[in-house]
Structure formats: structure tokens, C-alpha cells
Unconditional design. Structure first.
Length: 132
């Protein structure tokens, strides 16, 4: 967050945000650039176009699952020509709407929002009871 890119922010509508604005910023985004941690699953939940650049071995393990591979664009940081691959991938997915429909269907299969919402309600009810 301290090393923001300052060039062309207005032109490209590129936003940096702190953790307090995370969900709001992610919800407004068209493309999510994330490692393969919780942010990846948040991006799947919000049906975003995803560029995934895992930083740790544990994160690489998350993205090797067949179902997740279908909904992300994986670019490893140590890949040869990383910057060129990243730029090409970004430009390719930016306006590619036909694939978006397919990816959105797959994302909805990965995370069942109804079941997740029900689970969260149960957790909040338990939490409220524990506060009394």
C-alpha cells in the first residue's frame, strides 16, 4: 500500500485501497489481481475476472485444483516474461465477455452463495447469543 503506482491512475481507473475499503472496492472492480489466498475466494464469490499471481507455495497449491484453474488466469511471478504475460492477460480478459459468462457459471458452482449466507447467519446468531 505504501508503494502505490502513481502514473496513469485517473486514465486507467486503477485503485489502491486499504483493508477497511476492501469489500467495497472489490465489489466495484471488473478485474481482481490477487495472490491465491482469501482474496482469490472473495474474487470468486463476487464473480470477478481474476488474474492470480501466487507468492507462496501454499498459494500455488490453492490454484492447482482443477475447478479453480478454470476460473482464474494464473501467472506465476517467476515465469519467464512475467510482465509481458501479465499485460497480455490483462488486455485479453478486459473486454472478453463471451468467456465471462462461462467463468461466472463455474464460479457460482464453486461457491454456493445461498449456503454461504445461511452459514454466516448461523455464525452471527451464535455470536450474538455469546455476547449476552
Amino acid at each position: 500500500f505504501k508503494k502505490k503506482i502513481t502514473r496513469n491512475l485517473e486514465k486507467n481507473n486503477l485503485r489502491f485501497f486499504n483493508t477497511q475499503g476492501y469489500v467495497k472496492a472489490l465489489n466495484l472492480a471488473n478485474i481482481s489481481i490477487t495472490a491465491a489466498g482469501i482474496g482469490l475466494f472473495d474474487s470468486i464469490y463476487f464473480n470477478k475476472k481474476i488474474i492470480c499471481t501466487p507468492q507462496y507455495k501454499k498459494q500455488e497449491i490453492n490454484v492447482t485444483k482443477k475447478s479453480i484453474k478454470k476460473v482464474i488466469n494464473l501467472i506465476k511471478i517467476n515465469d519467464k516474461n512475467y510482465e509481458k504475460k501479465f499485460n497480455n492477460t490483462f488486455l485479453r480478459i478486459y473486454n472478453y465477455q463471451k468467456k465471462d459468462l462461462i467463468v461466472n457459471k463455474l464460479q457460482k458452482k464453486l461457491i454456493n452463495k445461498k449456503k454461504l449466507d445461511m452459514t454466516m447467519k448461523l455464525i452471527f446468531k451464535l455470536y450474538e447469543k455469546s455476547q449476552h
